[in-house]
Design a binder for this molecule. Structure first.
Ligand code: PHE
Ligand code: ZN
Length: 847
């Protein structure tokens, strides 16, 4: 356990480390419970630093000896690291520590997973491997020797030499310790080759456990596509002789961009048509791209301190979303991203966990790998590109790479290259990095003479970290439509900088219909009573057309929840036309049928001063699905039939889109036929997309028992598929049964709660089942709290992340609030609670 009274760390307190590191040599003698790590590190006094305290981070290490310039020293050691007297000239530090990978269940540092060794060092895991200045602004080259009987021994950089029982690696690119990685095990390589734009030949490998060889081809192809794309679009070339990816089963996050040795959660890289859904394939392609793109945005240019996390994450998420848009459908990707942003980031921004894209303080940095840093961070980059234009964006990013290659940078450095290359003052724009909260943008219209005027008023609700928000720079892409649906004015970008601001469009012979915030050009809540039915029929912007359907659906659902109104016929009529329109992409039509998440409806009710009732929301959504089935009745079977794929399975956008629309039809068909077609699809399925969709609909129709048994028998030996089996049963449970279903699953012999994927599949699914988690009797809250308390001492990072399920507790009625408060208190009062979980529960309780 670390510090009992956790400290708060502030951005304003940054000071450079007193020493630079010129070279790092590490030797690992691997043994499951007693690995020895010997380090040889060249330090020199840092001329830029005033504080010359020699403090090396180190946690859970047993120091065997330490030397400076060959002389034994006796450093003073605490639970957090060591200090030692050192000379005021360059010197060599050597030490040997012993660590226990087999006992490391937190999955941070060096640990064991399914018989292999692997590491996770971001953000502060290297200090569990050896004593070191574990901060991103200390960069060095690394030479690593691994001694061990495992046939595959990997580290960062290029292979230097190897023999039986050992291997040596050298990484010539200076890097911070968080990018260090080591992997050892009985692994199989799925090889590949790549030649860069300047003719450098690169060896590629995807390393997996025996038995997973057939799940590698897609990941390898995605890696090559990412390498090509980054050369073509950003001019970025790979810079080592080898690029390795390793799949591990026990991993807290999706994947990690260690230099030349990416480590992936097996769920984020392994894929085959039989075991992975179309959505899995798309996610894997995006994550492979994301980690690969980090080689430049994150590794070659890294972060000065962890407050700058969005410098690498926001930019890299933005880059991977550009990649996916290019590989697949840009509107479909944009809509999916906005659904995700509203679901996760807006929720964060509206509650007690709200923080700026660049936070100014934290207790545990692991708690700041958030939707705000990642997804809002990416939105900020997108706005910047919209404001300066695509060409100026490219020029500024080129300057960023030229100016800062090899450095550990700040958001100020990033903004500066845009100011220098465009001559713009981005002082106000920087507020996007320092202010928490989602701006609300109110729109008023007027039409006088032939001049049409839009007046915008922005308001950001105050939050704990931003009590007094100032106006933001908001790029609003908009266009005008004429009454016949033709375009009266194509898309323009308005730049809002003031609290209230008007824009006039003269020369309009008739009152136009505005289409505002096209492409969701800024992460704001738009408050505008637009003519959604008209826009659904006519908008030329695919995002806003979808948004209109969303707005109509939401308005109708809110009226059902509040006044018991029947589903809106204007919405259903408009939807029917779009779904029937064969000129539109099937994937896009499938998105059109989607409804806002129940948690989003709860958030809107709360924002408008009502107390959301999860059961009423659930019933309203169910009634709306029924109304959709009725409205689309005549086309359900024809469209289902027309979108069956007869060619060999391919995870591409075209086939996935067809399956998405076909399965959207099947969901509604199942409401009518009680599961006959779903059962037929289940029985005939040759890929996981079709199999899993059918299984879900059968469970929903209470016809799933046989298929669930068959599914388990078929897939019991495939961990990733069994995660789906665990998760789906909770997701599809009736609200009253959700907690019981999850409880039963936690008693299943395959419920390995120490595996983050399995834990999340089961308990994470419960937390995301709005009406089930918020069941009136408090059973959902109690069950989640039980498991968080159990997991915390084993894996604080995964526990802390899942605490966010409670972040919305202030929205609900007094009874539910009391129930949640009791669980939060119970967690908070658990003796020995980790710093990670203590910080999260503390922030949530302050709401
Ligand atoms: N840096 C990783 C990514 O975004 C995420 C990560 C963070 C992984 C912390 C592990 C631990 O690509
Ligand atoms: Zn990342």
């Amino acid at each position: 356990m670390r510090d009992a009274a956790p400290q708060t760390i502030y951005l304003k307190d940054y000071t450079p480390f007193g020493f630079t590191v010129e070279e790092v040599h590490l030797t690992f003698d691997l043994a499951p419970s007693a690995t020895r790590v010997t380090s040889r590190i060249k330090f020199a006094p840092n001329p830029d630093a005033t504080d010359k305290t020699f403090f090396l981070h180190g946690e859970e290490l047993t120091l065997r000896w330490a030397k400076i310039d060959g002389e034994t020293v006796e450093p003073s050691i605490t639970a957090e690291g060591l200090t030692c007297d050192v000379p005021n000239i360059p010197f060599v530090w050597e030490s040997e520590v012993q660590i226990d990978p087999a006992g490391n269940t937190a999955l941070e540092g060096l640990y064991r997973s399914s018989g292999m060794y692997c590491t996770q060092c971001e953000a502060e895991g290297f200090r569990k491997i050896t004593y070191y200045p574990d901060r991103p602004d200390v960069m060095s080259t690394f030479t690593v020797r691994i001694n061990g009987p495992e046939p595959v021994l990997l580290s960062n950089g290029n292979p230097v030499a190897s023999g039986k029982g050992w291997a040596e690696w050298h990484d010539p690119w200076p890097k911070p310790a968080y990018l260090f990685a080591l992997v050892a095990g009985e692994l199989i390589a799925h090889p590949g080759k790549f030649t860069t734009m300047n003719g450098r030949k690169v060896e590629l490998n995807l390393y997996v456990r025996p038995g997973d060889e057939h799940k590698c081809a897609f990941g390898m192809q995605a890696l090559k596509a990412s390498m090509v794309w980054d050369e073509k679009v950003y001019g970025r070339e790979y810079d080592l002789d080898i690029f390795n990816i390793v799949a591990v089963d026990d991993f807290n996050m999706g994947a990690m961009e260690n230099k030349g040795l990416n480590v992936f959660n097996s769920s984020a890289v392994l894929a085959s048509p039989e075991t992975s859904t179309d959505q899995n394939f798309e996610r894997i392609e995006a994550i492979i791209a994301h980690e690969y793109f980090h080689n430049w945005t994150g590794n070659r240019i890294t972060c000065r301190d962890w407050f700058q996390l969005c410098l690498k994450e926001g930019l890299t998420v933005y880059r991977d979303s550009q990649f996916t848009s290019d590989m697949r459908s840009a509107p479909v990707k944009r809509i999916s991203d906005v659904i995700d942003l509203r679901g996760r980031q807006f929720t964060e921004d509206q509650g007690p966990l709200a923080h700026p894209v660049r936070p100014e303080s934290f207790q545990e940095i692991n708690n700041f790998y958030t939707a705000t840093v990642y997804e809002k961070g990416a939105e900020v980059i997108g706005m910047l590109r919209t404001l300066v234009g695509a060409d100026a964006y490219s020029k500024a990013v080129d300057l960023y790479f030229d100016r800062h290659d090899g450095q550990a940078c700040t958001i100020e450095d990033w903004i500066q290259v845009f100011e220098d290359s465009t001559g713009r003052d981005l002082g106000q724009f920087k507020r996007w990095y320092s202010q928490a909260g989602t701006p609300h943008l109110k729109v008023a219209e007027s039409y006088e003479g032939d001049t049409y005027t839009l007046t915008f008023t922005q308001h950001t609700p105050p939050s704990a970290t931003t009590p007094d928000p100032k106006p933001q720079v908001i790029p609003v892409a908009m266009g005008l439509l004429a009454a016949d649906g033709s375009e009266a004015m194509g898309t323009q970008v308005l730049e809002i900088t003031k609290e209230t601001q008007s824009f006039s469009f003269p020369g309009q012979p008739a009152r136009p219909v505005p289409s505002i915030l096209r492409g969701f050009s800024a992460p704001v809540v738009l408050d505008h009573s637009a003519d959604h039915a008209f826009l659904l029929a006519h908008d030329t912007d695919p995002f806003n057309r979808w948004e209109s359907a969303r707005a109509l659906a939401k308005g109708s659902l809110m009226a059902t929840i509040r006044q018991g109104k029947a589903p809106d016929s204007a919405y259903l009529g408009g939807l029917t036309k779009v779904v029937a329109d064969d000129r539109l992409d099937p994937a896009y039509r499938a998105l059109m049928i989607g409804l806002p998440a129940q948690s989003e409806l709860a958030a809107s009710l709360h924002a408008e001063g009502d107390v959301p009732d999860p059961d009423a929301i659930h019933l309203a959504v169910d009634a709306m699905r029924e109304a959709q089935a009725e409205a689309l009745q005549d086309m359900l079977h024809p469209l289902y039939d027309a979108h069956q794929v007869t060619q060999d399975y391919a995870p591409d956008a075209a086939q996935s889109g067809k399956r998405a629309l076909g399965n959207a039809m099947l969901a509604l068909i199942t409401r009518r036929d009680g599961g006959a077609v779903a059962q037929a699809q289940y029985d005939a399925a040759t890929n996981m997309t079709q199999q899993l969709a059918a299984l879900g609909f059968l469970i929903g129709a209470e016809q799933g028992d046989a298929a669930l048994g068959a599914f388990e028998a078929q897939w019991k030996d495939d961990r990733l598929v069994m995660d789906k089996w665990f998760g789906l049963q909770v997701m599809k449970a009736k609200p009253d049964d959700a907690a019981d279903t999850a409880t039963a699953l936690t008693r299943h012999h395959d419920f390995n709660w120490k595996n983050p994927n399995r834990f999340r599949a089961t308990l994470g699914a419960l937390a995301m089942h709005h009406a089930g988690f918020h069941a009136k009797d408090g059973s959902g809250y109690a069950l989640l709290a039980d498991w968080l308390i159990k997991l915390d001492p084993v894996n604080p990072q995964t526990t802390a992340r899942m605490c966010s399920a409670f972040q919305t507790w202030r929205r609900y009625d007094a009874i539910r609030q009391t129930l949640i408060k009791a669980q939060l208190e119970r967690i908070a009062n658990t003796p020995g609670l980790s710093r990670d979980t203590a910080e999260m529960i503390g922030r949530i309780r302050e709401a």
